[in-house]
Design a binder for this molecule. Structure first.
Ligand code: HEC
Length: 109
């Protein structure tokens, strides 16, 4: 009887632990979306580009300009071309910049 109780408790903790991890992961995903809406969507609504329409965030345009990986997108934020705001590590730390980059790659294909 005692053993069953221990097993049930262990299973409960394991379940809490796993769902806790999932919640954290999806919070990070939502964070990317939220930060994108705050910082990027004024110029890149729906992944477009209102200032320079050739430079949208859609995969085809990005890749034509050599912006392929999350790292490339982060590099763009740190060192943008003409017309784009610069986002340094103080404004958007690496962790948040990566969340934005992952959101972009997942969302604008
Ligand atoms: C003030 C307007 C503005 C804001 C705000 C802005 N961008 Fe841009 N973005 C541009 C312009 C203009 C370009 C084209 C010039 C260049 O390549 O930098 C561009 C280009 C890009 C490109 C390259 C697209 C391509 O097809 O090569 C990426 C990636 C990008 N921006 C990401 C972001 C992210 C991420 C944010 C938010 C953190 C952001 N931008 C915020 C104006 C903006």
């Amino acid at each position: 009887m005692k053993k069953t109780l221990v097993a049930v408790l262990a299973a409960t903790f394991l379940a809490l632990f796993i769902t806790g991890g999932w919640a954290k992961e999806s919070a990070q995903k939502n964070k990317g979306e939220m930060l994108f809406q705050q910082n990027c969507s004024p110029c890149h609504p729906d992944g477009g580009n209102i200032i320079n329409p050739a430079f949208t965030l859609h995969q085809k345009d990005r890749e034509a300009h050599g912006v392929k990986t999350a790292k490339d997108i982060m590099g763009k934020m740190r060192n943008p071309g003409p017309g784009m705001t610069k986002f340094d590590k103080k404004t958007i730390p690496d962790k948040d910049a990566r969340a934005i980059a992952e959101y972009i790659m997942k969302t604008f294909k």
